[in-house]
Design a protein around this ligand. Sequence first.
Ligand SMILES: [Zn+2]
Ligand SMILES: [Zn+2]
Length: 530
Amino acid sequence: MLGCLPTLQPDELLYSVAARREDLLRFPTAEGAAREVFGLTKTNILVPMGLDYFIANLPPGHTHTINSIINGHTMLPLYAPFMPPAVVESTKVYVATGAMADNQCSIVFQDRYLPHTLRLCHDCVREDRERCGRAYWHRVHQAPGVLVCPVHTGTWLSRSHVGIRRHGKHCRKEDGFISCERALYEMPPGISEMVGAPPLQLRRIAADIQWLLSHNPIPLDHSTLRARYVALLHERSLATPGGVLRLTQIERAVQDYYSDEILTLLDCQLHLASEGKTKTWINLLFHSHTSHSPLQHLLLIQFLEQTPETFFADQPSATRKPFGDGPWPCLNPVADHRGELIVEQLNIQSQLQDKAKLIGTFICTCGFVYARREPNRTDNDRYQFDFVRFYGPVWDQALRTMWDDDTMIVQEIADALGVNYGTILRQGARLNLLFPRRCLRSVRDVRALRKLPGPKRAKWLSKRQTYRQRWLDKRKAQPELGRQGLRDAERPVYVWLMQHDHHWLQRHMPDKRSGGKKHNPSATHEARDA
Ligand SMILES: [Zn+2]
Ligand SMILES: [Zn+2]
């Protein structure tokens, strides 16, 4: 059991509270202190391992959890938003148990921009002593790129003598746990060697890191991160919408935005490729599949006139559900399951015109894919779409069947398939259907037929079928007959068809010159029309 554990202060490193405890207990060796607190002989200053052990040994009645410790008292929340979610999770397992699953979490432990020694703000030291009696190591002061206190924005940070190993995973044995008060007593850091007011861009980086540490935005994988950068770079003509980056121009623009002095202070100088140097960090940021320092991301985000708040707010939030919970209805008007809640698959993206708003694409198993934009206007919106992305095989087959039904006019097909007149013609062309489409002689005829009572209409259709068949049979039986001969041989049939089924008759007359051939010898028409 960990007795005598001082209360964790806001934004205090877990290392710091362990060091304050050591001040009280005076362990003979650093390993003894680490083993007692974390169950390990060595641990990391900024992201300590062994949190399972730490939590399990806290006195009863405490309210800490692994997540509350990681989010409030380690540096991991600064890195997590820029790491793939799966890597964040495996890093958390490593931090909890001390057992490394793979090497992917290395950026958290090997960030080259981490300071060499712990830093402090003399104004914070004074205020902490007044507020809680002791100074302590603030997490935000140790973040890569933080040279200015984000609270006391005019104050440069000062370096202590307590070392942070950058490329190792463990704190140095001989350093032990050194509290902020002990560091101030043993070797008080002078006021920072930097003079003058800190530049605005450095103050913004400190504020951005403060925001990231306290807000825990949802992590983005590499491709989403890249897509977000591409969209913002495209607005500045520094990338094509397809994602081709104009790297040299980007590097020049970033170099123009930040002064050489600031880039040197942050160790983020840009050696342009045209000067024959190696790849710049911007180039590596876009072209390698490993995670990169949050400092590099924040420099780019500030250059793109964003803050982490706006940059991460653009993403479709996992908790925001503008289209409600699934399943959603299938809106294919000719599917058996029309209107039933069977659509399980929903893709949500930002709208192109307004990135704060979302667009949902609903994908049904019948192949019908529709999309709806935010915002919802009424509760009934679930049963409406803004446009169709794909009609699918069920809908296509319905259009083919109706297209061939010459008792339907186009507008009726459009109404039955839930689209407008022009869409029917466009989709008919997509399906290579027969153009121009043949229906009865005129729209008026179709309407007249529609108005007939059921039995009369059936009688009419059956009569047409009989006459068509007689016409075809006669042609087949006497192919030598020309137009005139056929007309004379089947006079009543010809007259009736001429009046009521003009388009069909035109397609099934013998050829004008040579007597025996069909005008339009299409086997499929024969089969279909018969
Ligand atoms: Zn401060
Ligand atoms: Zn469906």
